[in-house]
Write a protein that binds this ligand. Structure first.
Ligand SMILES: Cc1cc2nc3c(=O)[nH]c(=O)nc-3n(C[C@H](O)[C@H](O)[C@H](O)COP(=O)(O)OP(=O)(O)OC[C@H]3O[C@@H](n4cnc5c(N)ncnc54)[C@H](O)[C@@H]3O)c2cc1C
Ligand code: SF4
Length: 702
């Protein structure tokens, strides 16, 4: 196969949805993906080293992962760093699977409230594509949600809500506040040949069970099985245009650095809200000197990332909250609609999660608070497994100052300019977060939390939206209502870049519905698309639709010198002292433990050698010094010490942790919370109007 009907750049969520649909319609589709195939067998969630690898190889942060597939993103001018994953399935490999539709009121903010902008489409225009993607992705949830216009029930029953989460639901119901069992792209029963969720809790480092509906499983595999051509290790560096100004393909670079050209009648960008504007800007040429599809000047502008806050409740009971879907249990949309006079523009959405992470994550949280070594064990015992977490997402309104641009100097390994993010959180968003953090803390206290820990704002952004907005006016938007560029009619953008407003909810359900709608439009209108003049090179034969070669392995296991080993042990002794029958941290750092550590994290050996070769300081002042001078070094040092400690079977037995267990559960076909009446207030007549007016909300901020 050489020339393609459609070329898709980026094999993430949006690309997968479109690729499968187009291939099913008989089009010849080629997709380019800079990363690799992964799969349930490659994730570490069921293995002893899962937390160590979650901090590096399977980190949600590309700047920590530093894999060959990742490209540099400079966020020094941003309040948030970016979370993503680059590989087949894209960021859905690591996403939590929360699967929400935008509210109807998110589509016409300007007309309704006089703020932000209107989309050129309305919720109703997208409704049938939401239903279709729910089915093809595999979504679990409770039907009949009154926050939305009537729509098809999710294809699978809801996942169960148990234990403390029900107390949270009771606390919400007693205030008359909205709550709803979260809809997740996690299957509650066998579906499409996949096994249901077993609550292993490692969703954001890859799901070993294949229960999380990542798009590699749900769409890219079927696409490949249909004979669709997905080339991995293929980094697009430039979209090419012909003499008439039509897109005619893309130049891409293979793992060996060789440059190829893939020609196509239609090019669809699906490289996400950062990768897509990066490539459109990097494709500037004589005819389009400001980048492709950029006559409006809006490519890269209006970046929205959903600034967030985390609110942890600490409960006296042992909740074993290292397990459980992560994914979310319940959601709260009480403050999601914009309400005039509430003190901020837009709204906020909450999702309840288990704490996330095992003992290493808890130890790192403790170290981050500067815990005194004498308090380490007592506080660990009181906190590990005792947490529930609200994740609060605030709606950031579009602002042209928040943007993605090309870095003036930095490039990736293939010489393509890096992305630079400029993002400032508005005062209005900060007020929204403060308001929700205060309310969410109250709910946790109502449910029995004895302490609250809030990270507000959280310095991470995983939702990438707005950088190639859709609209009917070519002067004020990049793509039209069908996601095709105003300037170049056979160039589409089908990822979250096209969002006009961000809403408050997790975006991937909407990204996928939009991508499917755009693909259907292409299928219906392919005859009227004017193909580009075909002056292209052929794609080289013999490039298989599978990973071509594994990335180079980092340095293999070696050893610390005796001095470095002794120094590490001294630091570990100081940070984690002996308690009861357990020795101190340093005693755990023997040759075998270090070998295991370096087997899981080969990158740590040279880094530890470097850190431990630094000037002599007493252990505590070394850690304090690193906090200021080299925070990533501090993190690595503490991860090594706590990682070794909590790998020890004696420690694991004492804290009651035996790894992330598989705990089968049944779909909740007859939820007890319905019988208890915990949702009666949401089903009551007139609830929708009162909710949209903010009538039941209290305590608006000053
Ligand atoms: C940790 C985490 C948790 C999340 N949780 C949720 C959640 O619970 N709910 C939710 O709705 N969303 C969540 N998200 C966001 C969600 O994953 C994204 O919204 C979604 O994956 C975006 O889809 P996309 O197709 O636009 O981009 P992506 O899925 O990011 O895919 C883009 C693909 O393009 C490829 N690419 C980029 N540039 C090039 C190039 N030049 N050449 C070739 N290939 C290229 C990338 O390698 C990547 O594979 C989460 C994200 C993360 C990282
Ligand atoms: S909790 Fe469920 S979806 Fe998440 S990783 Fe475990 S099995 Fe997969």
């Amino acid at each position: 196969m050489d020339h393609a009907d459609v070329l898709i750049v980026g094999a993430g969520a949006a690309g997968g949805i479109a690729a499968r649909r187009l291939a099913e319609a008989g089009l010849a589709v080629v997709a380019l993906e800079q990363g690799d195939w992964h799969g349930p067998d490659s994730y570490r969630g069921s293995e002893w080293d899962w937390e160590l690898t979650a901090a590096r190889q399977w980190s949600t942060r590309p700047d920590l992962r530093r894999a060959k597939a990742d490209y540099p993103i400079d966020f020094s001018a941003s309040d948030m760093h970016v979370l993503n994953f680059n590989g087949v399935g894209g960021s859905t490999i690591l996403f939590n699977g929360v699967w929400n539709r935008l509210l109807a009121s998110n589509f016409d903010m300007r007309s309704r409230f006089g703020i932000a902008d209107d989309w050129p489409i309305r919720y109703e225009d997208l409704a049938s594509w939401y239903d279709a993607t729910d089915r093809s992705v595999g979504v679990s949830g409770l039907g009949g949600h009154p926050a939305y216009p009537a729509h098809a029930d999710p294809p699978l029953p809801p996942l169960p809500i148990e234990g403390k989460a029900i107390d949270i639901a009771r606390a919400m119901a007693s205030r008359g506040w909205h709550w709803w069992p979260e809809t997740n792209a996690i299957i509650s029963a066998a579906y499409d040949g996949r096994h249901p969720c077993v609550q292993r809790g490692t969703c954001s480092n890859g799901c070993n069970e294949g229960a999380k509906s990542s798009i590699d499983l749900t769409h890219w595999r079927p696409f490949a099985a249909m004979g669709g051509r997905l080339v991995t290790g293929a980094r697009a560096r430039r979209i090419t245009v012909d003499g008439q100004g039509l897109a005619n393909g893309a130049e891409w670079i293979d793992r060996a650095g060789a440059v190829h050209h893939q020609s196509a009648d239609v090019v669809l960008m699906a490289a996400n809200g950062i990768g897509t504007p990066r490539l459109l800007l990097a494709s500037a040429c004589d005819r389009f000197p400001n980048g492709l599809a950029n006559s409006s000047g809006l490519v890269g502008k209006r970046l929205m990332m959903h600034p967030s806050a985390f609110v942890h409740g600490l409960f006296p009971e042992q909740l074993r909250s290292w397990q459980g879907r992560n994914g979310s249990t319940i959601q709260c949309l009480e403050f999601a609609p914009h309400v005039a006079g509430r003190g901020y523009d837009g709204g906020a959405k909450w999702s309840l999660h288990p704490a996330g992470g095992g003992p290493l994550a808890e130890a790192m949280r403790l170290f981050a608070t500067g815990v005194a070594p004498s308090q380490f064990h007592a506080r660990f015992d009181a906190q590990f497994g005792h947490r529930l977490k609200w994740v609060i997402l605030a709606e950031d309104l579009p602002d042209e100052a928040n943007r993605v641009e090309l870095h003036p100097e930095l490039t990736d390994a293939d010489g393509i300019p890096a992305a630079r993010i400029v993002y400032r959180t508005s005062a209005s968003v900060r007020r929204a977060l403060d308001h929700s953090v205060a309310q969410a803390s109250e709910i946790l206290r109502d449910a029995g939390a004895y302490a609250i820990e809030a990270t507000n704002p959280a310095p991470v952004g995983a939702h990438l939206m707005g950088t190639a907005r859709m609209g009917d006016d070519p002067a004020g938007s990049v793509v039209d209502r069908w996601c095709m560029a105003h300037d170049i009619p056979n160039l589409g953008v089908i990822d979250g870049s096209v969002f006009v407003t961000a809403g408050t909810v997790n975006p991937t359900s909407t990204i996928c519905a939009l991508a499917l709608r755009a693909a259907d439009h292409l299928v219906r209108n392919r005859g009227s698309l004017r193909p580009p003049a075909r002056s292209y090179h052929r794609i080289p034969e013999g490039l298989p639709c599978r990973n071509v070669a594994p990335d180079a392995q980092p340095e293999r296991v070696g050893a610390l010198t005796a001095d470095q080993h002794a120094r590490l042990a001294t630091i570990a002794d100081a940070l984690i002292p002996a308690v009861d029958e357990l020795p101190a941290g340093g005693a755990m750092i023997d040759g075998t433990a270090l070998q295991r550590l370096f087997a899981a994290r080969p990158d740590m050996l040279p880094e530890l050698r470097r850190i431990l070769a630094g000037p002599e300081r007493d252990p505590v002042s070394l850690v304090d010094h690193l906090a200021e001078a080299a925070p990533l070094d501090r993190e690595l040092l503490l991860t090594a010490i706590a990682g070794v400690y909590f790998l020890d079977p004696r420690v694991r037995a004492r804290i009651g942790y035996d790894g992330q267990a598989a705990i089968p559960q049944s779909p909740d076909r007859f939820p007890a919370y319905l019988a208890e009446g915990l949702l009666d207030h949401v089903f009551a007549d007139g609830w929708h109007e009162r909710w949209e007016a903010g009538a039941s909300s209290v305590d608006a901020p000053a």
